[in-house]
Design a protein. Structure first.
Lengths: 116, 130
């Protein structure tokens, strides 16, 4: 059918895309009783070159680093446990480190119970 | 008197909340921090990845013509980094003009070159009396 058009479009995209080296960034995770914290080393990455998404319980990170000879593409994916609240993810990029916080869902948070 | 107790999570063990989904995705470059030296017309630029480090964690020393970079992350930084390297600078480097900046977790050192003596041909005007 339209296979010729499709081929042309694909080639155009390939030509426009600069060459990247794909890299999994160095990271650490730390769990506590309110949720979890993921710290990812992304040196040289500007905020506007960082994309962080959560979809269907999958956290996806993609960041492009342009200050090196061959641009790098940092990629990391993590599946969130069911008890985590994917709607309440917060993130902060500072000193070349991305910190992502994912709290537990409200019903999974520890509660204090008063004894009468 | 009321007594407060904290109820722990009801799950049997506090298992890891993140699972790596795509283990196979990653090429072998994992875990490497970058270091890059570029020569430009007027300077050499050295860039060292020090993610998570602050200015106070890094020391730069220039002794004679030896430049030493020492960096160590305190316990509260996200990544344990220990870095120490020394370079002997060639005679073309203007040591007095060395500058450093830390941005986005990358330390950038600019080592300016001593400007080469002017070698441009010059036309000398001939003065006349009249």
């Amino acid at each position: 059918m339209n296979s010729n058009d499709t081929t042309t479009l694909t080639q155009t995209e390939t030509a426009a895309e600069p060459k990247f080296t794909n890299v999994r960034p160095v990271y650490t995770t730390h769990d506590d009783e309110t949720g979890t914290r993921l710290q990812v080393a992304l040196p040289g990455v500007a905020k506007e070159d960082l994309k962080l998404t959560v979809q269907d319980g999958l956290l996806n990170l993609e960041a492009v680093r342009r200050d090196v000879k061959t641009p790098l593409r940092y990629q990391l994916s993590a599946r969130l446990a069911n008890r985590l609240d994917g709607e309440a993810v917060s993130a902060n990029l500072e000193h070349g480190v991305l910190e992502v916080r994912v709290p537990l869902k409200a019903e999974a948070q520890p509660r204090s119970i008063a004894i009468q | 008197m009321n007594r407060l107790i904290t109820h722990p999570l009801l799950s049997p063990a506090f298992d890891r909340l993140f699972d790596r989904a795509f283990e196979a995705f990653a090429p072998s470059t994992e875990g490497r921090f970058h270091e890059q030296l570029d020569e430009k017309d007027e300077s050499h630029v050295l860039r060292i990845d020090l993610p998570g480090l602050r200015k106070e964690d890094i020391r730069l020393d220039l002794n004679d013509r030896t430049l030493t970079v020492t960096a160590e992350s305190p316990a509260d930084r996200p990544f344990a980094l220990q870095y120490r390297r020394a370079w002997t600078l060639g005679p073309e480097i203007d040591t007095a003009g060395i500058s450093a900046r830390l941005e986005l977790g990358v330390l950038e050192l600019t080592l300016p070159k001593i400007a080469p003596a002017e070698r441009q041909p010059r036309t000398i005007e001939i003065q006349t009396a009249a």
